[in-house]
Every structure is written in C-alpha cells, then in structure tokens.
Design a protein around this ligand. Structure first.
Ligand code: R5P
Length: 327
C-alpha cells in the first residue's frame, strides 16, 4: 500500500471509514465540520505539522442523501489540492444522482451527466459499487474521470442467498436488474428471471412477472434482487405478484439500502420476509460488507500512479481505466 496515502472521511461515516482503512491498511483521519447558524459549512482538513496533506488522498463519501455531501466534496477536494494532494481517489460506495440519465420530458435536468462531470472535476479516480447505469454502458460515460472502478455487490449477495436460501429462484424486478441477476445467478447456478416494470410515479409502479411455467414459482423460495431500493414499492409490487403466483417465501437482497420513510413496512405489508443489503449505505438490513472488495480496488488504483499520469495526458474517452475489471 502507498505509504503516503491518507483516507479522509466525515464523522457520520466513521464506522465505514474504519472498516475500509483496516482492510486497505491505510491511516484514516476525520475532516472537522462546523455548521454555521445559517447552515453553511466550514471544513478543516487534518494537516500535518507543516500544514500539509500527503500527495495521495482517499476521500470516502457515500452519496446517499447527497445534496449537502456534494458541497462537502467540493470544499474538501479543493482544499486538499491546495494543501498538497496531487491525486484524489473518491470512494463513494453509493453514487447518487445516477438514475436521472435523460430528460424524460422537455426541460428536465439530466442530473447524471451534470453531477458526473462535477465529481470528475474534483477527483482523479472514482471507486463505487453498482452505479445505476441504465442507458449508459460505462461508469466513465457518466463520470468522465481518468480512472473509474465499478464494483458489484451481486456476488456477495449471491453468496448470502446461497447460505440462507439454497435453491432459491432469483428474480429481478425490472429490466435494469438483469445485469445483477445474471451475475448473482451465475455464481451459484440459481434459476433466475426478470420482471418488466413501468413507472408511473415515485411510489407507483406496474410490474409484470416473467412468463414462467407455474411450477417455477409455486412452492419455491424466491429472492428478489436489485441494485437499490428506495420507497420499496418496486420490490413490494413484485413480492405481491410472486405470492399470488404461489411462492413459498419472498425475501429481498439489495446492494443499496436507501429504504426511505416507511419502505420496510411497505415490504412487510407485501409479505416480504427477510431483507438483506450490503453495507454501502448504513442500514439495519446490512448483511454483507463491501470493505474487502473496496480495499482491493483501492490498492490497485493507488498502485497505478503511473496510469494516472498517462490518463491525464490522453484525451477522453480513450483514457486508461480499471473500469469493468471488478464487475
Ligand atoms: C430502478 O430501476 C432501480 O433499480 C430500483 O428498482 C428503484 O430505484 C427502486 O425504487 P423504489 O424502491 O422507490 O420503487
């Protein structure tokens, strides 16, 4: 590990930072944050006795409830540069603002592109987990940063399902989930299928089960697997249909446990049994840690200092990238 690298984090993510720092064998320090009475923020970075930072900075910030965190990243990254950081690696286990990837009606902001370019302007490398990429193929198309690594929680969740529900039928609630379902199913040879979904509003979705033989669902343990659950309505609707089709049990496994408001109750009301998630977003349902895979990716990125230099010289999008290596 690069001995000059330092992991910086915010106080509300101390537990996640400690897990990552330990797995990556990096020192970790907290960024001090003061909130003025009018809600403006002041940050103070942990400099050495000379008032400097190491050349390589790893900035951990999970971008759930992202609005204020984007300002924190702006302040932290630019301050780090002014204090000596030459390379900044952003580790955002959850990357917010990825779902709005086109203007669905005229006049809408394409948040993915705007936030993606903003983040690319702050850091030299990005490591994230299961970014919600639907109409764009690669993470770098959304966040045009020289080095981009997209890990996946699907395999770790698949391992968990194999222990808790061996022989389960894995079901994805919509077309986007097909990529994660395929990965999770391949790892343990699970039977799998994907539903179709039409979204009519934030909390209204229409889901159709895939055309399967009746015995494929009847009497089976089914696990619904997706990248992210927010209001829970997508998974709840799918769970109701699966129960109506005779499933013996329906459990849920997601990489990103946003679970806003009464989402868990919505799932329980739909007959969902267990809910499992990775620790990319801290939540009581966390059952799988991504600290190990994140640390391995971080080690590779930090070891590739030369690739950073090359990437900077090359015009985008033909840049050096680790993208895809870990998927
Ligand atoms: C979208 O395609 C995502 O993969 C999730 O299915 C979606 O964000 C879930 O949202 P909600 O839980 O609000 O239905």
């Amino acid at each position: 590990m690069d001995s000059s690298a330092l992991l910086l984090h915010f106080d509300d993510e101390t537990a996640a930072a400690q897990r990552l720092a330990q797995a990556a064998e990096l020192p970790a320090r907290c960024i001090e944050r003061h909130r003025f009475p009018d809600d403006e923020l002041k940050l103070r970075l942990p400099v050495d006795a000379q008032g400097r930072l190491p050349e390589h900075i790893v900035l951990l910030r999970g971008l759930y409830q992202p609005n204020e965190k984007l300002v924190e990243l702006l302040l932290a990254a630019q301050t780090a540069r002014s204090l000596g950081a030459r390379r900044i690696v952003l580790v955002a286990p959850y990357l917010g603002y990825m779902r709005q990837d086109k203007a669905f009606t005229p006049g809408e902001a394409v948040s993915q592109q705007i936030v993606g370019r903003f983040l690319a302007g702050l850091c030299d490398a990005l490591i994230t987990v299961d970014p919600h990429l639907h109409r764009v193929a690669r993470l770098q198309d959304a966040v045009p940063v020289p080095v981009a690594v997209a890990l996946s929680g699907a395999e770790a969740l698949s391992d968990l399902v194999a222990q808790r529900r061996p022989g389960a039928l894995l079901v994805g609630p919509d077309a986007e989930s097909a990529q994660w379902i395929a990965q999770a199913a391949a790892r343990h040879g699970f039977a799998h299928a994907v539903c179709t979904k039409e979204r009519q509003g934030d909390r209204e979705v229409r889901i159709r089960l895939p055309a399967l033989a009746p015995h494929a669902i009847e009497g089976r343990a089914v696990v619904l697997l997706d990248d992210v659950a927010s209001t829970g309505h997508t998974l709840a609707q799918a769970a109701r249909l699966l129960h109506a089709a005779g499933a013996a049990s329906v459990d849920v496994a997601v990489t990103h446990a946003l679970f806003v408001g009464d989402a868990l109750q919505t799932l329980a009301d739909a007959g969902v049994g267990e809910v499992w998630s990775t620790d990319c977003i801290p939540h009581p349902s966390n059952a799988v840690s991504m600290a190990g895979p994140l640390a391995r990716a971080l080690r590779e990125v930090l070891a590739r200092g030369v690739a950073f230099e090359e990437a900077e010289r090359a015009p985008l999008p033909g840049v050096a990238t680790l993208e895809g290596v870990h998927r």
